[in-house]
Ligand binder design. Structure first.
Ligand code: AMO
Length: 442
C-alpha cells in the first residue's frame, strides 16, 4: 500500500492506510497499546486493540523505533476528541506493524536538560518538538531573507571559505594548512568578495558560514556562524543600506508571522514589534547621552538592553539602529562621515537588545582605501587582489551582515545562541566537548 502522510489522514476516515514514521511515545492502558507516531508532516495517535494481530509486535516497540504501520483511520469518540492537537479528532487503528529500525534512547525526548547534555546528544535531541520549531523557523528566516532581496534585484553568490589572509584584517581567524607549506585562513566574513561582486552585479547577497577565532565564551558568541550579507552599489550614504535592511527585516518578520505564529506561542514570545514609522536611529554619542554613560567606542551588552527598553517605550519597536561608531574602532573599509569627522557611516542594528547586524557605507576610492589600510597597520600588498576592484571603477556602495543564529535566538527568546545553532562550535565544543572547564562570561 502506498504511504499516506500523517497530515492527510483526516481525509481518509474509514479507509485503510499505511503510515511510516517514528514512534514518539508508547503508552499501555489495560490491554490497549497507544502510540504517538510522527513523520515529516505531523503526528497522530495510533491504538492497537487486544484482538489485533499487531498486539505482540506492539509490546516490543519503543520510542524512536522507525515503523511502517497499516491500519484504519477512525473518528475518535466525542469524549476523546482533543481540539488542541493535530489529528486530535482521529485515531489510527493499527493492524500491522513493520519495524524498519530499532532504537535505544538515553532519556525521554523533550525532557528538561541542561544545555551541555542537550548538545552532547544533539543527533537525538534535535528531533525534539522544541528543536524542530527552532530550526524550522531558522530555515524560514534564511529563505525569507533570500526572497526579500531577490525581489529587489539582488543576485546570490557563493563566497569562498578559504582565504589567503584574514578577510577583515581585524577579526581573529583560524589557520589552515594549505599546499606548499602555505598558511591559509578560514574566512571571517564574505566582506571583500561581496564588495568585488558589486562590480559585477551592482546588488548581491550571500549566506555563508564564517569562522571567528576570538576567545569568547558568552551566550552570544560562536566560533562558526552563518552570516546573511548583502551589498549594493550607487548608494547616497549609509541610510540607503539601513532602508534596504529594514525592508528585509520587515519581510522576514511578515513571513515568520505567516508561517510560525504557533511556534512563537509555544515559546511564549510575541512577534517582533515593528514601529509604524521607520526603525528608530541614534548616533552612538546620542545613545550614550540618553543612557547617561561615558563616550566609549562601543556599547556594553547591558547598554544594548537598555536601548531596547527605550526603543520599546518611545517607538514601540524591538529594533533600533545605532550609527557613527569611531573610525578607530571599525574596519578599514568603513567610510568616514565627512560631516562627523572621526566617525563612520556605519551602523549596528539591535534587535531586542542584541546586535544582530552591522554594516554601512564603504570606502570606494582606491587611494583612500590604501591609506586606510595603512592607517590600520596593515599591508596594502596583502590586499592587492581585492584592491584591483577599486582600480577598475567602483560606485559608492555599502552593505551589511546579519548573524542568523543571533536573529533566530532573539526571535524565539532563547537565552543562549547555542540553542539556535545546529551543531555549535565554540571554545569548548566541536560536537563533543573539548574540555570540561567552561566558564561563561555574560
Ligand atoms: P560583524 O563582525 O559585526 O560585521 O558581524 C556581523 C554580524 O554577524 C554576527 N556575528 C556573530 N554571531 C555569533 N558569534 C560571533 N562570534 C559573531 N560575530 C559576528 C552578529 C553581527 O552583527 N563584514 C562585516 C559586516 C558588514 O560590514 O557588512 C561583519 O562581519 O550578528
Amino acid at each position: 500500500m502506498e504511504r499516506t502522510l500523517i497530515k492527510n489522514l483526516s481525509e481518509n476516515i474509514g479507509k485503510a492506510v499505511s503510515v511510516s514514521g517514528w514512534v514518539s511515545v508508547r503508552r499501555d492502558q489495560g490491554k490497549l497499546v497507544f502510540f504517538e507516531i510522527r513523520d515529516r508532516s505531523g503526528s497522530v495517535q495510533g491504538v492497537v486493540l487486544p484482538k489485533s494481530d499487531a498486539i505482540e509486535a506492539a509490546k516490543g516497540v519503543r520510542p524512536e523505533y522507525v515503523v511502517s504501520i497499516s491500519g484504519q483511520v477512525n473518528k475518535r469518540p466525542e469524549k476523546n476528541v482533543n481540539p488542541n492537537v493535530q489529528n486530535g479528532d482521529i485515531e489510527l487503528e493499527i493492524q500491522e506493524i513493520e519495524i524498519l529500525s530499532k532504537a535505544e534512547t538515553p532519556f525521554e525526548l523533550g525532557a528538561e536538560l541542561n544545555l551541555d547534555t542537550y548538545l552532547d546528544h544533539l543527533p537525538y535531541t534535535v528531533r525534539s518538538p522544541r528543536a524542530r520549531d527552532i530550526f524550522a523557523l531558522q530555515a524560514t528566516i534564511i529563505e525569507a531573507f533570500r526572497d526579500s532581496l531577490r525581489k529587489r534585484d539582488f543576485v546570490e553568490f557563493q563566497a569562498p571559505a578559504i582565504v589567503g589572509g584574514d578577510a577583515e584584517g581585524g577579526a581573529a581567524a583560524f589557520k589552515v594548512d594549505y599546499y606548499y607549506d602555505q598558511k591559509a585562513y578560514l574566512a571571517t566574513s564574505p566582506q571583500l568578495y561581496k564588495q568585488i561582486m558589486v562590480g559585477a552585479f551592482e546588488r548581491v547577497f550571500t549566506t555563508p558560514k564564517i569562522w571567528r577565532a576570538e576567545k569568547h565564551a558568552t551566550p552570544r558568541h560562536l566560533s562558526e556562524l552563518t552570516q546573511m550579507d548583502f551589498e549594493m552599489g550607487f548608494i547616497k550614504d549609509h541610510f540607503d543600506v539601513m532602508d534596504a535592511l529594514e525592508t528585509t527585516m520587515r519581510d522576514v518578520v511578515a513571513v515568520v508571522r505567516h508561517k510560525h505564529a504557533d511556534a512563537l506561542q509555544r515559546f511564549n514570545v510575541e512577534l517582533p514589534k515593528l514601529p509604524n514609522e521607520k526603525f528608530p536611529i541614534l548616533k552612538l554619542k546620542e545613545a550614550q547621552e540618553l543612557l547617561g554613560v561615558p563616550h566609549e567606542p562601543d556599547l556594553e551588552p547591558e547598554q544594548e538592553r537598555l536601548l531596547h527598553e527605550w526603543a520599546l517605550k518611545e517607538h514601540d519597536s524591538d529594533f533600533v539602529f545605532v550609527t557613527h561608531f569611531p573610525t578607530s574602532k571599525r574596519p578599514f573599509y568603513t567610510y568616514e562621515d565627512p560631516e562627523d569627522s572621526g566617525h563612520t557611516r556605519y551602523f549596528d542594528l539591535l534587535f531586542r537588545g542584541l546586535e544582530i547586524n552591522s554594516g554601512g557605507q564603504r570606502v570606494h576610492e582606491h587611494d583612500v582605501l590604501v591609506e586606510r589600510i595603512r592607517q590600520k597597520g596593515l599591508d596594502p600588498e596583502k590586499f592587492a587582489f581585492y584592491l584591483q576592484t577599486f582600480k577598475v571603477g567602483m560606485p559608492p556602495h555599502g552593505g551589511c551582515s546579519t548573524g542568523l543564529e543571533r536573529l533566530t535566538a532573539r526571535m524565539l527568546g532563547l537565552a543562549n545562541i547555542r540553542e539556535a545553532t545546529l551543531f555549535p562550535r565554540d571554545m569548548t565544543r566541536i560536537d563533543a566537548r573539548l574540555s570540561e572547564n567552561t566558564e561563561e562570561e555574560t
